[in-house]
Design a protein around this ligand. Sequence first.
Ligand SMILES: Nc1ncnc2c1ncn2[C@@H]1O[C@H](COP(=O)(O)OP(=O)(O)OP(=O)(O)O)[C@@H](O)[C@H]1O
Ligand SMILES: O=P(O)(O)OC[C@@]1(O)O[C@H](CO)[C@@H](O)[C@@H]1O
Length: 315
Amino acid sequence: MIVTLTPNPSVDHAMVIGSLARGEVLRASESRLDAGGKGVNVSRALAANGAATLAVVPLGGHQGHLLADLLGTTGVTHRPVTLAGSTRMNVSVLEPDGTTTKLNEPGPTLSASENTTMIQTTLDAAEGADWLAVCGSLPPGATPDIYAALRAGAGARGVRFVVDSSGASFAVAVETRPTLIKPNHEELAELVGHALPTLRDVRDAARELVSSGIEIVAVSLGADGAALFTADEAAHAHASVSAPVSTVGAGDCMLAGLLHGLTSGLSIGEALVSGVAWGSAAVALPGSSVPTPADVRTVAPVLSAELPLSMELGH
Ligand SMILES: Nc1ncnc2c1ncn2[C@@H]1O[C@H](COP(=O)(O)OP(=O)(O)OP(=O)(O)O)[C@@H](O)[C@H]1O
Ligand SMILES: O=P(O)(O)OC[C@@]1(O)O[C@H](CO)[C@@H](O)[C@@H]1O
């Protein structure tokens, strides 16, 4: 069982336009609403592939009701935390060449008691789970010390702890020494404070974090695939997608595929391949759609025989 907490979930509104132009009225050719937020997406991907998952989701206002309705169509079992404030709506603008521009609202301001309820609801839900994954940004009012409380609670329950976030709160979360973190290329560079132009630089940065006490550092690398590092192992995998449609949620699907692989007894390399398969399959889908097993079968991820350390990243 993989339990997710999305401290700041969203209704994701995706629109397809011809090309983004500032100051213009742009008419969308397609539009869709999805249940969103990084942890929600992880649970959606797991549920779509038949894996046991439970999503803890703070919800408030009319958009919170809308998010609950959208969640109801995904097959994800979710446990709500009722908020006074309103759940946010995030907008994705998709262009035909696959370029995705996101406009993310800050989200509701949580009170101290709502923070406490969110933490306790999450730890209750995590009883007996294999993993607790806390994914995405923190809403106003949610202080980064929730990570220490969740890390301690997960540890006391024998539950492995995953964090996928960004910015200052991610740096605080990393200090709690999660079992696994999943930064993307830019987020890893931000964590270590310098650019990481090649896979060798990514490896060295990841090893720094592993040696500080994080068991698994998985780094998603966009079109360059993903890499995974532990104290004893390192792996890289990649899959080509001929026509990328939307990258929204690709990292969440990659994390979901990785965790599913790890809970299914796969090796580190096989679990990484599973993550890349789910992440790359997601990129071929609209909005923040998550891949089904049939979608996953359309991609052919390759595990690199050895780390392509000289690979230049982010082109
Ligand atoms: N253009 C692409 N072609 C093939 N695979 C891709 C592409 N972009 C992303 N992927 C796949 O999706 C995974 C996650 O992508 P990325 O590194 O962009 O994550 P992310 O920035 O966390 O995404 P998000 O935050 O939007 O969920 C990659 O590891 C890769 O497997
Ligand atoms: O504001 P955050 O929490 O960093 O990111 C939120 C978000 O952009 O992440 C998901 C894609 O990964 C979307 O479903 C959602 O809109």
